[in-house]
Ligand binder design. Structure first.
Ligand code: UD1
Length: 416
């Protein structure tokens, strides 16, 4: 198995292009199951999670072809409504096929995806939403079995603005008769992208990006061509990489509006950020200062940037406090950062970070996707060599990370 070998200390300089969004592509791929002819998706990142979703669609009977960053998906021959446990366990987001299968076939049997390193991640909100649409949902030996019972649009309110539940319910409702009003919906840009995609296919959905989404069910959805939005978390990771190395980086294919809370926090710390159309320039030459972060549903500070920012705060003078409110176990990177000399104390969901000027290279392991990114950032800053192992986590969600970092002048190699 490969590791990253990083010799820290190089200030990142130059230009980098952000790939398409993983978290926008995954629900859109699931939604292609609802089209009765071919869908062409452009700007698809080259990631392991995308390969897993391609395998999921193929198992259900779709054909998936990839040509560079374009995916051509034909779901016209899909005839299977069952996703077995060995498949659903491979990736949490595989659960997104449940809404699409219910919409198209009015029945589905999807094995529970299971928890993951950052939390138990139940499915109760998804299932409550399906029930509200009139699906009978039963648990059968670890499988979520859904069948149309008394379909009709409904008012439904999420107890928490879950991203996946919002997407799953939007998909199921798009082909369910009547008008569904989904309240306390998640407001992430990826949900707007899913709405745009579904509407292009012929759906009638309004309100994505706000907390109330109105879905008028239609009878059929057809194939379309769609380009996914840029990955705001990859963009944020490169912004943090520029800051932690005191570099000067121009980022292309980035939507600043999607990362306002991160931009505000980086500016508070002292990072200079300027924008010119689709380019954003990040400069971390100035002395940086500590700041506090609390993760929140969008448009609050994204939990998917918390580990990377913790790596940055570990190198900034002063005390920073990070509160994680979204996932109950998202401090796995702390143990590894401590190996590199970071001074971080955990009290429940609160981390207290006393910044120090230098981290030291060490052998560390990614425990999940964003934890892995945090360790890479720490390695770019640290004195000496850092070896980051368990790259399978990083491969899930970063498209050619080490190539892009090398292009910016990082001393990073990937090898066994
Ligand atoms: C999505 C993102 C992930 C991001 C997360 C939060 C994708 C593919 N993944 O994950 O990168 O970290 O949003 O921004 O888009 N919850 C319940 N019951 C449910 C569903 C969720 O209690 O039925 C809880 C979860 O355990 C978690 C919180 O709600 O504590 C947020 O989860 P959710 O917004 O659903 O995240 P995902 O859609 O899984």
């Amino acid at each position: 198995m490969d590791s990253f070998y990083i010799r820290g200390g190089n200030a990142l300089k130059g230009q980098v292009r952000i790939s398409g969004s993983k978290n926008a592509t995954l629900p859109i791929m699931a939604a292609t199951l609802m089209a009765d002819d071919e869908v062409v998706l452009c700007g698809v990142p080259d990631l392991e999670d995308i390969n897993v979703m391609s395998d999921v669609l193929t198992l259900l009977g779709a054909t998936v072809k990839r040509e560079n960053d374009v995916l051509i998906i034909d779901s016209s021959n899909v005839n299977c409504i069952e996703l077995p446990e060995h498949m659903s366990r491979r990736m949490r987001a595989s659960n997104l096929v449940m809404g699409a299968l219910l919409a198209r076939f009015k029945k589905a049997a999807v094995a529970y995806p299971g928890g993951c390193a950052i939390g138990s991640r139940p499915m109760d909100l998804h299932l409550k939403g399906f029930r509200a649409l009139g699906y009978n949902i039963a648990d059968q030996c670890g499988v979520m079995c859904g069948k149309a019972e008394n379909l009709g649009g409904q008012e439904t309110l999420l107890d928490f603005p879950s991203v996946g539940a919002t997407e799953n319910i939007m998909m199921a409702a798009a082909l369910t008769p009547g008008i569904t009003t989904l309240r306390n919906a998640a407001r992430e840009p990826e949900i707007i992208d899913l709405q745009n995609f579904l509407n292009r296919m012929g759906a009638r959905i309004r309100g994505a990006g706000l907390d109330t989404i109105r879905i008028e069910g239609v009878n059929r959805l057809h194939g379309v061509e769609h380009t996914v939005i840029p990955d705001r978390i990859e963009a944020g990771t490169f912004m943090a990489a520029a800051a932690i190395t005191h570099g000067d980086v121009m980022i292309d294919n980035i939507v600043l509006e999607h990362i306002q809370s991160l931009v505000a926090k980086l500016r508070e710390i002292g990072v200079a950020i300027s924008s010119n159309g689709s380019w954003v320039r990040i400069s971390g030459h100035q002395p940086l200062r500590s700041a506090d972060i609390k993760t929140m549903p969008y448009p609050g500070f994204p939990t998917d940037m918390q580990p990377q920012m913790m790596a940055l705060m570990s190198t900034v003078a002063g005390t920073s406090i990070v509160v994680e409110t979204i996932f109950e176990n998202r401090f796995m990177h702390v143990h590894e950062l401590r190996r590199m000399g970071a001074d971080i104390k955990i009290e429940g969901r609160v981390a207290i970070i006393r910044g120090r000027e230098n981290l030291e290279g060490a052998a560390v392991e990614a425990t999940d996707l964003r934890a892995g990114a945090a360790l890479v950032l720490a390695g770019l800053h640290a004195r000496g060599e850092t070896r980051v192992g368990k790259l399978e986590h990083i491969d899930r969600g970063y498209d050619k990370l080490h190539c892009k970092l090398r292009q910016l002048g990082a001393d990073i190699e990937r090898r066994p």
